[in-house]
Write a protein that binds this ligand. Structure first.
Ligand code: HEC
Length: 140
């Protein structure tokens, strides 16, 4: 019985420790879903959807840079590798249909360079780079 209990305790400790190791989904839920919602659909027009449009955005170098420069991403209390993992997870989980075929996952070092340059006015850059991308009115 005692051995069983020890095993149980060790097992629960492992389960508790696991999310902090590398779990982009729980990082997303903890740091992003409060605004972008659990299914990444956002609250347009105020909070953009992260489900669909991101695949097209990362087709360009500017877009890869942009998604780590928006304040919500850049300033999240996540390491560069963790933020890269959250963004890659979002792209593969919710943007597979729009993702370029040759998409290369973001790397921590790349995200580090981007997020260091946090956008003061994300909306402005977004409208410059993708003037027609959100013409549907689904995004602000
Ligand atoms: C406090 C609310 C909030 C949180 C938390 C937040 N965001 Fe955002 N996010 C926004 C808003 C609002 C925008 C629109 C641009 C702006 O005004 O910053 C945005 C824009 C974005 C964009 C650009 C989308 C586009 O289509 O232009 C990405 C990518 C993004 N967020 C990712 C994240 C990630 C990843 C996290 C978690 C690490 C996160 N955000 C956390 C509110 C938030």
């Amino acid at each position: 019985m005692r051995r069983f209990l020890t095993g149980l305790v060790a097992g629960s400790l492992l389960a508790l420790a696991a999310p902090s190791l590398a779990n982009p989904r729980s990082d997303y839920l903890m740091h992003c879903a409060g605004c972008h919602l659990v299914d990444a659909s956002g609250v347009p027009p105020d909070v953009p959807s992260l489900s669909g449009p991101l695949g097209r955005i990362v087709a360009s170098a500017e877009g890869r840079d942009y998604i780590a420069r928006v304040p919500g991403a850049a300033q999240a209390p996540l390491s560069d590798d963790e933020l890269a993992a959250v963004l890659n997870w979002l792209l593969l989980e919710y943007n597979r249909d729009t993702l370029p075929e040759n998409f290369e996952p973001l790397r921590g070092a790349e995200v580090a360079r981007s997020r260091a340059n946090v956008l003061a006015d994300p909306q402005k850059l977004r409208n410059q780079l993708w003037p027609d991308a959100y013409a549907s009115g689904a995004q602000r």
